[in-house]
Design a protein. Structure first.
Length: 502
């Protein structure tokens, strides 16, 4: 099986090979590989390549380059969506929009945001515009998402196959009432996104994490009595059942229920909006409790989960700030490096960068100071994902943009994410596929500044950027601050790190 998958992978990536061109001309013609239906006489090897598609689809995703060879509707190309695809093929409604570069602004390498938000659900639209279009002319690039560097390996394929046999994947959502789902307004956007993610099986429960991370124990954090799949954690777990039953929904979960079937049932009910909002808040509450148990080793109580959900439910007209504790991104602690912040040389500025993440979103932040430790400006940006390396790379991107804003001709960009820094310094040659485009963008912006140096620092010396990122993710702030108005969340650090005048 892995051999056939490897062959299929080569078919998809070696498009200049003769054998690929022959097969394409013979069978595929102008059809899309992912949706092509074989008919009549086809060779056995071609048949097996086509049959391996279903497995291959779990790991393949395009990285947008010039956008000319990616079919918006049929190809996998959105890395932050589980399955990487647009949920509904609406080509019929948009006959002239087929290729990803049809979503670009004319002659520019930027997304046509108006068009995208008109065409797609807000969630999908946001995830599309989060994709970075490379600054240089580059071909679209198909990558295998299950290895860090994006190349197919038989071993990663075996792991994928093995994990699928063991997992309880959600059933296909063919008749799910998506239109009604998107129309629901009376729930916080954060919870709405969360529900969308659990419908796509896209939250980091142990069952999902253990497919990719060795050593993650696949056990439910609430009941310790079952594999922690999304369906278990939120529906079939004894704790979840207690919460759902104790709530005003009074729900008795049936063994045949799945997450999509329960949510679809709520939405289709005549009291759909209320039921959905209440249920969504309950799921969210269970998920947050689980995270507290996992990450803070705290206890949980069914009553508290119901109470928190009801509070959230009754607050739904304004964005929730329900005391979420943003956890910072893990980054390796090196023993080398300074333990406190040090100012840059004269005539040079230093920009510290860092990221912080809350379960579903993250912030990237950058803080600039001069050789006297005086504040020159800072910036932060919210991301709709929490993959550490993406957030760390984005923090550097914010840093380099800050350097441009300040008009700096010499700057040091300093952060505690060693891998990203090593790549920019040229000490690490393999760039993970997830950050390939943003790294090329960082390099291209950096090339417009006379002197830029990237440097690693111990996280203890990166306090200002860290505090700003943490504050920004807690309050969903994307903003720039100028030299005369530093945000209050970092003013103490700026003061204490300022070198004392002699
Ligand atoms: Zn459980």
């Amino acid at each position: 099986m892995a051999l056939v998958a490897k062959l299929a992978w080569r078919f998809l990536t070696e498009k200049d090979s003769i054998w690929v061109q022959i097969l394409k001309a013979k069978y595929l013609k102008d059809e899309n590989f992912w949706t092509y239906q074989p008919n009549g006489n086809v060779s056995a090897s071609w048949k097996s390549i086509v049959e391996s598609r279903i497995h291959l689809a779990k790991g393949c995703c395009w990285i947008v380059g010039n956008g000319k060879s990616i079919n918006i509707w049929k190809d996998p190309w959105i890395p932050s969506i589980l399955g990487f695809k647009i949920s509904e093929d609406m080509q019929a409604d948009h006959p002239n929009i087929t290729w990803v570069n049809d979503l670009f602004n004319n002659y520019e390498k930027t997304w046509n945001k108006n068009l995208i938000f008109n065409m797609f659900s807000p969630f999908e639209a946001q995830r599309i515009i989060d994709i970075i279009i490379p600054a240089e002319e580059e071909e679209d690039n198909l990558i295998w998402t299950l290895t860090p560097h994006g190349n197919f390996t038989p071993k990663s394929f075996h792991l994928l196959m093995h994990s699928q046999q063991a997992s309880h994947s959600a059933p296909i959502l063919d008749d799910f009432p998506w239109k009604k789902f998107w129309k629901i307004k009376d729930v916080s956007p954060r919870v709405h996104t969360f529900i969308w993610r659990i419908l796509h099986n896209g939250i980091g429960v142990n069952d999902n994490s253990s497919k990719f991370v060795e050593g993650v124990i696949n056990e439910c954090a609430h009941c310790h009595n079952g594999e922690e799949s999304v369906a278990h954690l939120l529906l079939h777990c004894s704790v979840a059942q207690a919460v759902l039953f104790a709530s005003p929904l009074n729900l008795r979960v049936r063994t045949t229920d799945s997450i999509p079937s329960v949510i679809a049932r709520w939405i289709k009910d005549h009291d759909g909006e209320r039921k959905f909002c209440l249920g969504a808040c309950l799921f969210w509450s269970i998920w947050k409790s689980r995270n507290k148990v996992v990450f803070e080793k705290s206890d949980f109580a069914v009553d508290n989960m119901v109470e928190a959900a009801m509070k959230n439910f009754h607050n739904f007209f304004r964005p929730t700030r329900d005391g979420e504790d943003p956890s910072t991104l893990p980054s390796p602690n090196r023993t080398l490096g300074l333990i406190c912040w040090s100012p840059p040389p004269t005539n040079c500025i230093k920009i510290n960068v860092d990221g912080a993440t809350c379960h579903l979103s993250s912030a990237a932040a950058a803080v600039a100071r001069d050789s006297e430790g005086s504040f020159l400006g800072c910036g932060s940006d919210i991301l709709n994902q929490s993959i550490p390396i993406v957030v760390e790379a984005h923090a550097i991107f914010i840093g380099i943009q800050l350097a441009l804003k300040i008009n700096s001709s010499a700057c040091i960009i300093e952060g505690d994410a060693s891998m990203v820094i090593d790549i920019l310094k040229g000490e690490e040659v393999n760039t993970p596929w997830r950050i390939k485009n943003i790294m090329s963008k960082i390099k291209s912006v950096a090339s417009t500044i006379p002197t830029v140096e990237f440097s690693y620092v111990n996280r203890k010396a990166n306090g200002a950027a860290h505090a700003l990122a943490k504050h920004s993710v807690s309050f969903s702030i994307s903003d720039w601050w100028s030299a005369d108005a530093p945000p209050s969340c970092i003013s103490n650090i700026l003061y204490s790190e300022k070198p004392q005048a002699v």
